[in-house]
Design a protein around this ligand. Structure first.
Ligand SMILES: Cc1ncc(COP(=O)(O)O)c(C=O)c1O
Length: 440
């Protein structure tokens, strides 16, 4: 693969100190390694001075793009006041909490955490504590973060042996795996069949309202709500990606289905580390320090929970997101990008489509929009990744195989740049393209 963008500045240095010379499982694709030196608007610039048009945007956290002036100003101002809060309350944390409660339909209260993973872990802990039951239902291919419970049936090369899923990381204790029931997404009949036999042991259902790039089929989220109500289970939405991305009220506002609990992260910290669990007061209040020492107490505490730098960045971000028309405009832009990219794919005769959900998008070598994890497995994953790698080599920052994000600062001009890069990427990866290829 050709790389117009040169090798990373001193990648050997990263190799010496960081496993695989990377910061995480998805970072730094082989052959396209670079270290970010600065970022601005829709661009990131590496240490060699190469500029990339960025659609990773902090894994979706940076909905206003990089270094938005209002966010930078809020963080600098906050840094001059206080950067930490441990053991105390801050004015910005109270203000952000009130904004979140105002915006999020399920939120009578929120409890802050630091990462999306913590927020989903706390949600599951709360559901287990409140119901006194151990099992949690999750959907196959759904991602809820880096903890053991979240890591079941996330990215297996084959479908699960429902309701048992495989862990995606070594080191997961078998008893943890056995507390997670795995069900195919968008399939209420399978939910009923697989979960009904063990209902008296089930605490709740956790779902990404849009699972990766797969939107819910009409009636699916409503069906989850009904199932939980009928059987006394708690419904948890993982809104770490969809929160303040699909609408100011999150996916729950967008789809009109209110969960009992919801995990938020990414955007609420404006690019800083901050997350929360939102939900009914009677549930969230189980984390109140006033309950400490009683059997009702659910522990949710951490050194960086509710961090004021992130809270200030989050407040500045929300101020812009609440402007009328923000989300319609973002979805319109994403549609325009997807039409432009679809033209290019068609011109190359690719059996591929641009999957879109709000401002999320991804190019998939697949015949029809995916409805569940098995559909993603049946797409030509090697072709997906090869094309994504070629896009990256042509200056478009995407993580191969993962969905990506349009932000406030992406415009038609950038979409043209992306279309031209896709045209080149198609030509460069056409040589090895096997239209009949199976799952990678
Ligand atoms: C839907 C979803 N849930 C949870 C997480 C975990 O969030 P974090 O990486 O902040 O721990 C992610 C991260 O991308 C996510 O996409």
């Amino acid at each position: 693969m050709s790389t117009r963008h040169g090798p990373a500045a001193d990648p050997a240095r990263a190799e010496s100190y960081l496993p695989g010379g990377a910061l995480g499982a998805n970072a730094n694709v082989e052959g396209c390694r670079f270290a970010v030196a600065s970022a601005s608007g829709p661009y990131i610039t590496d240490t060699d001075g190469n500029r990339y048009l960025d659609y990773v945007t902090g894994a979706g956290a940076l909905i206003l793009g990089h270094q938005h002036p209002a966010v930078v100003e809020a963080v600098v101002r906050q840094a001059g006041r206080t950067m930490h809060q441990y053991g105390a309350l801050t004015d910005v944390a109270i203000e952000l909490a009130s904004r979140l409660v105002d915006a999020i339909p399920c939120a009578e209260r929120i409890v802050f955490a630091t990462t999306g993973s913590e927020a989903t872990a706390y949600s599951m802990r709360l559901a287990r504590a409140v119901t006194g039951r151990d099992l949690i239902v999750k959907f196959e291919g759904g991602f809820h973060g880096n903890h053991d419970y979240a890591g079941i049936a996330v990215a297996s090369p084959t479908t699960a042996d429902y309701p048992t899923g495989k862990p995606f990381t070594a080191g997961t204790p078998e008893p943890v795996r056995d507390t997670m029931l795995v069900v195919p997404y968008n399939d209420l009949e399978a939910l009923d069949r697989l979960v009904t036999p063990v209902l008296d042991r089930v605490a709740g259902i956790i779902a990404e309202p849009v699972q990766r790039i797969i939107p819910p089929l009409p009636g699916f989220l409503e069906g989850l709500r009904r199932f939980c109500d009928r059987h006394g289970l708690l419904l948890i939405f993982d809104e770490v990606v969809t929160g303040f991305r699909l609408s100011y009220q999150g996916a729950q506002g967008h789809f009109g289905v209110t969960p009992d609990l919801a995990a938020f992260g990414k955007i609420i910290g404006g690019g800083g580390t901050l997350s929360c669990v939102a939900g009914r007061a009677d549930l969230i209040d189980r984390t109140s320090p006033r309950l400490k020492g009683t059997p009702r107490f659910v522990y949710t505490s951490g050194t960086f929970h509710g961090n004021p730098l992130s809270a200030a960045a989050g407040l500045a971000t929300l101020e812009i997101l609440r402007r009328p028309g923000f989300y319609e405009d973002l979805a319109d832009r994403t549609r325009r990008l997807s039409l432009r990219l679809t033209d290019v794919l068609e011109a190359h005769g690719r059996r591929a489509m641009v999957a879109v959900a709000g401002s999320l998008w991804q190019i998939l070598h697949i015949d029809r929009p995916p409805e569940r994890y098995a559909d993603l497995l049946s797409s030509d994953q090697e072709a997906n990744r090869r094309l994504d790698r070629a896009l990256l080599a042509n200056g478009i920052n995407v993580i191969p195989g993962l969905r990506r994000f349009v932000s406030l600062v992406h415009s038609d001009e950038h979409f043209e740049t992306t279309a031209r890069a896709l045209d080149r990427a198609c030509r460069e990866s056409d040589g090895n393209h096997d239209p009949a290829g199976g799952p990678g």
